[in-house]
Write a protein that binds this ligand. Structure first.
Ligand code: DX5
Ligand code: ZN
Length: 225
């Protein structure tokens, strides 16, 4: 099993009254990225974090901020999240009229670009933007809420995306988001994922944050204090 999987804890499951401390804690616990779920109450039925909060959190960690935009229309908000300190911005193909232009805009700011595939979205949606993305986010739940169950049909999609990425020769991260716990993490890695988002499993799991993160990598014990 791959040991190099990147773990991006979703702060959606963190204590919102202590967000800065929570970001610092997952950084120290071994997180590779900080996953920030931005929801607008329109594209998804939930309302979460805006750019002002992202900006306030930025000094609390040097790790890349992995910003997942679940907002529509997405284009008018890109600049604000770039200014707030996003290192990677992931968008849904149906959240704006011109996906290719949106991805170019993100990269034009010197920020990495990602494309998020909802459970019913076909893997082929990446075919004509494969040169314009740094990350593919496979949604293994319907976007909107933490704590949902992993949708197993997405494993075949991960495999198909892994084949496409290998054929392209591009260095594209395949990240899975939703219902990821130590058991489903292993399935995702075996299917070809090399990055995992986890909210509940990190912030509400049985162990310390470091133990919970290590368990997602397939390690029983944490190497991090
Ligand atoms: C869902 C979000 C996820 C969510 C994951 O719309 O994109 O990042 O927070 O939460 P868990 O790991 O609890 O399924
Ligand atoms: Zn997310």
């Amino acid at each position: 099993m791959t040991q190099n999987v990147l773990i991006s804890p979703s702060i959606l499951s963190a204590d919102f009254a202590r967000l800065g401390e929570e970001v610092k804690a997952i950084d120290l616990a071994g997180a590779d990225m900080i996953h920030i779920d931005v929801m607008d109450g329109h594209y998804v039925p939930n309302l979460t974090i805006g750019p002002a909060v992202v900006k306030a959190l930025k000094p609390h960690s040097q790790k890349p901020f992995d910003v997942h935009l679940m907002v529509s229309p997405v284009d008018p908000l890109i600049d604000a999240f770039v200014d707030a300190g996003a290192d990677l911005i992931t968008v849904h193909p149906d959240s704006g009229p011109h996906l290719h232009r949106t991805l170019q805009t993100i990269r034009g700011h010197g920020v990495k670009s990602g494309i998020a595939l909802n459970p019913a979205t076909h893997a082929d949606v990446i075919d004509y933007v494969i040169d314009d993305i740094d990350l593919i986010l496979v949604m293994s739940v319907n976007p909107g809420f933490g704590g949902q169950s992993f949708i197993r049909s997405q494993l075949a999609k991960i495999e198909s995306l892994r084949n496409k990425v290998e054929r392209s020769g591009q260095n594209i991260i395949i990240e899975v988001d939703g219902g990821v716990n130590p058991l489903t993490a292993a399935d995702c890695i075996n299917a070809g994922a090399n990055a995992l988002v986890a909210g509940s499993a990190v912030f509400k799991g049985a162990g310390t944050y470091a133990q919970n993160i290590a368990a997602l990598r397939g390690n029983q014990a944490s190497q991090v204090a």
